[in-house]
Design a binder for this molecule. Structure first.
Ligand code: SF4
Ligand code: SF4
Length: 275
């Protein structure tokens, strides 16, 4: 089973839930796909040793001697990665999405491609039985999709897969969710939390994924805002993690709370059993 843990925004405790969930289960493969700022390593403490691979993508190069300045490639590119300066085509590789379209349509065959490094992946195959993978985007690169796609190739069918998605509801989050069997939406009981939960719900509905909600920093007097919304829309609330000083303190020390409060392992296991 592949489960993606996502939230409509950052700061809801998505990584806290994903890492504690992973540590409560057996035979887990964990993927940190928040490649702009992977941080689950802070809690799971992998040892990468030499386990590192560069991720490449292809970007166009213009052979100006063949180019007749027809502009077809410039007009074609939806990402404004090509521009005409006088008779010359300029390439902005940072914003190119490596779709290959410009090369395909050039009538002069004036476009070739070169490899460009966009980031890296790291892994530790055995953190006390847990297999860990993370991607990291090079600063300044615009698209994290090639890195997320690359680590997803390591998914093993015989494992229980937990994917910590990037925050938000844009392309990288879709890429992290699209092949999953179930989506866990992490939220917090605030108006902002509800606003972003609604965006996350829209995303998983569009992708046609079954899903449920975990309320992080739950407080009885505040939870109503999320509970009412979930009840009205028939969305199951899978678990509530309370707003407690002890949990916050463990988080600030980089300690997964299931390690100090083992009863939470049972609660997370129950969530997965119910799924
Ligand atoms: S499509 Fe080809 S020939 Fe036309 S401007 Fe682009 S590179 Fe030049
Ligand atoms: S490969 Fe695609 S995104 Fe990149 S410059 Fe060409 S058309 Fe634009």
């Amino acid at each position: 089973m592949k489960i993606t843990v996502l939230s409509g925004k950052g700061g809801t405790g998505k990584t806290t839930i994903a890492t504690n969930l992973a540590l409560s289960l057996e035979n887990v493969q964990f993927f940190d796909t928040d490649v702009e700022e992977p941080n689950s390593y802070l809690f799971l403490k992998p040892d990468f040793a030499d386990n590192e691979q560069t991720v490449w993508r292809k970007v166009p190069i213009i052979e100006q001697s063949k180019c007749n300045s027809c502009r077809k490639c410039v007009d074609f590119c939806q990402y404004n990665a090509l521009a005409m300066l006088g008779d010359e085509v300029l390439v902005y590789p940072e914003v190119c999405h490596s779709c290959g379209g410009c090369k395909h349509i050039c009538p002069q065959d004036a476009i070739t491609e070169e490899k460009r490094s966009v980031g890296k992946i790291n892994w530790d195959l055995d953190i006390d039985g847990l297999e860990y993978w993370q991607g990291e985007l090079t600063i300044g690169e615009a698209s994290s999709i090639p890195i997320i796609s690359k680590i997803k190739k390591e998914i093993k069918d015989e494992k229980l897969v937990i994917i910590d998605a990037p925050p938000g509801t844009t392309c990288p989050t879709i890429e992290a969710t699209i092949d999953s069997d179930y989506a866990i939406l992490v939220t917090e009981p605030t108006p902002f939390g509800l606003h972003d939960l609604k965006m996350a719900v829209e995303l998983v509905e569009d992708l046609d994924k079954p899903y449920g909600v975990i309320i992080n920093r739950s407080q009885q007097e505040a939870d109503g805002i999320i509970q009412d919304y979930c009840k009205k829309n028939g969305i199951p609330i899978l678990l509530k993690v309370p707003f407690k000083r002890q949990i916050a303190k463990l988080y600030s020390e980089g300690i997964p709370f299931v390690e100090e409060l083992p009863k939470w392992k049972d609660k997370f296991r129950e969530v997965i059993d119910n799924l």
